[in-house]
Ligand binder design. Sequence first.
Ligand SMILES: Nc1ncnc2c1ncn2[C@@H]1O[C@H](COP(=O)(O)OP(=O)(O)OP(=O)(O)O)[C@@H](O)[C@H]1O
Length: 299
Amino acid sequence: MNESIVVTTELTKRYREHLAVDAVSMRVAAGEIYGFLGPNGAGKTTTLRMLAGLIRPSAGTATVHGLSPGDPAVLRRIGVLIEGPGFYPYLSGRANLRVLARYRGHGRAEVEQALDRVGLADRAGERFRTYSLGMKQRLGVGAAMLGDPDLLILDEPTNGLDPAGVAEMRTLITDLANDGHTVLLSSHQLIEVQEICHRVGVIAGGRLLAESTVAELRGTATLLVRAEPVTVALEAVRAVTDAPARAGAEGIRVDTSAAMAPEVARAVVSAGADLLELRVDEKSLEEVFFEMTAVEVAK
Ligand SMILES: Nc1ncnc2c1ncn2[C@@H]1O[C@H](COP(=O)(O)OP(=O)(O)OP(=O)(O)O)[C@@H](O)[C@H]1O
């Protein structure tokens, strides 16, 4: 894997007796889109705030580009969108970014570059209050993009967007990663995470339950075989694979890769059974996520 940009070790945040983030050890590699995934109140925003240097951990450590999160050298290299920057409704998108740019020591050229990156160059002269929610969110990403930082930390960038807005944001984030930016985003919208993130960290109740690629998280695929008679088919399946196979109401489930499908089909047919259906049934990230977080809640 590429060089790690963000590394946390047992990172913890406690608010009085409440453990908001509980010993989280995570790693975000250069150039990847890392999805921080969890239900409401899981501890996503609190973790991102610690990484952005906005709040201090109660215990554990975090480094960004090998340095402490609040270090000025780090702040120059990261762009943050957490709980939306406050934009002035009566100023244009461009004027809003200019206000922020002046405050952060960036010039007008950087404002134009950021507007261009988030696809708002054509509408930059219009007042912020006339923007759609999707445009407002993109302006937020534009604000984070000022100075072209190499790491973007985006808290729920698609929150409240309609499907078209979600799709636009997804394209924007993918484009940014293709241009070499590293993106750490949080979300409870599993579908988008599944589609655009290279790796995900699943958090619930303050604890990081898993960190892996989406494919690894989903585990092996299941082949679903509907055939008659079931007993003949099950025996045939077991003769060609050692993978666990069981007959249930839907048919026979075989926990194996999709590549086994032709061999399983041949075995069932040559054993004399009628093959009614054969499909590869992959768990969606959503199913995995609910299974994992339900276990955590039940503890
Ligand atoms: N400043 C604070 N004081 C006390 N408790 C807090 C504070 N900030 C967050 N918490 C609590 O810490 C827990 C984690 O909150 P956090 O905002 O990090 O979750 P989240 O995963 O971002 O959820 P959401 O998607 O709802 O924003 C919650 O129970 C929250 O109430």
